[in-house]
Ligand binder design. Structure first.
Ligand SMILES: Nc1ncnc2c1ncn2[C@@H]1O[C@H](COP(=O)(O)OP(=O)(O)O)[C@@H](O)[C@H]1O
Ligand SMILES: [Mg+2]
Length: 295
């Protein structure tokens, strides 16, 4: 498969002021997600997963750093440009489904097309096609409160994919579902994404969801501690463990992959070289100086 970068995150730091202190929710994140990839942002509660997804959605601005999505540097867009960017490029799947209670499954699914100014007949045709695809042909006129959680999330999936956005962002999409519904939902997301060559960023703390990913980004304390890539030979890992003190190493990354032992230094070195080459365009400081604290 061709490797075209779809999402590029460069030196992104996100700090939240809390009374006199600041919480560093993301600490110098560098990440490239390629077109057609299912990327799972994986980590324990509080590791910064949702904060990272919010930066990608343009719902919050990074304190420092830059993000390019589908060719647009979103970190420098204003609110109305961001709204247009989201409509054109992004689909969302939420843990709590976020369907509008006063609208039917069909109307909820057609929503993103309405924002794009597509006429009602075309909208309904596309929405009903998507609902059939997710197995809800006989639930089109149902309201959210007349459907199970699994069915509501399938409407959520139909809505996210109906406009065929380049990128779909999903925050714990199976977080409220039992294991059978979770599997159905993940199978559907994977199937659609591969069929339409879309890029998925999936936030989860569940190893079951991570199994669907081509690329797993392990977050801990706002930092990337490991990245894994699925290849025909199995999962290949790049380890960034050397960047965190050993007493802070989380359990979930304690197991070593066969090839990570002697390649750690090489990995970090080549990443540094790549950083200098391709990260320069998105660097917050044109002089290339390290970010200043409290700027
Ligand atoms: N609006 C906010 N104000 C202050 N702290 C926040 C805010 N949002 C998130 N945080 C903090 O940032 C860290 C990462 O949070 P979050 O991204 O929600 O983690 P996750 O989604 O992995 O559970 C946590 O320590 C959290 O308390
Ligand atoms: Mg979260």
């Amino acid at each position: 498969m061709e490797k075209t970068p779809m999402i590029e995150v460069r030196h992104v730091t996100k700090e939240y002021p809390v009374t006199d202190e600041k919480v560093v929710a993301l600490d110098d994140i560098n990440l490239t997600i390629n077109k057609g990839e299912i990327c799972c942002i994986f980590g324990p509660s509080g590791s910064g997963k949702s904060t990272l997804l919010n930066q990608l959605a343009g719902l919050e601005k990074p304190t420092r750093g830059g993000i390019r999505m589908n060719g647009t540097v979103i970190s420098s867009l204003n609110e109305s440009e961001l709204a247009k960017f989201r409509q054109k490029n992004l689909g969302f799947i939420f843990q709590a489904y976020n369907l509008l209670p006063s609208m039917t499954a069909l109307e909820n699914t057609a929503m993103p097309l309405m924002f794009q100014g597509i006429n009602k007949k075309t909208r309904n045709k596309a929405a009903s096609y998507m609902l059939k695809q997710v197995g809800l042909a006989n639930r089109m006129g149902h309201y959210p409160n007349q459907m199970s959680g699994g069915q509501q999330q399938r409407v959520g999936i139909a809505r996210a994919f109906v406009a065929k956005p380049a990128i779909i962002l999903a925050d714990e999409p199976t977080g409220n579902l039992d294991s059978k519904s979770s599997k159905e939902v993940m199978d559907m997301i994977q199937d659609f994404a591969h069929r339409y060559h879309q890029t998925i960023v999936l936030v989860s703390h569940s190893p079951d969801a991570a199994k669907y990913a081509d690329h797993i980004v392990h977050l801990f304390d706002g930092r990337i501690v490991k990245e894994e890539f699925r290849t025909p030979e199995g999962l290949l890992a790049s380890s960034y463990l050397q960047k965190i003190p050993s007493e802070q190493k989380p359990d979930l990354i304690s197991e070593q992959t066969p090839n990570s032992e002697n390649s750690q230094d090489q990995n970090s070195q080549s990443e540094d070289v790549r950083s200098k080459a391709v990260h320069s365009e998105l660097r917050p400081d044109p002089a290339g100086n390290p970010p200043q604290p409290n700027s």
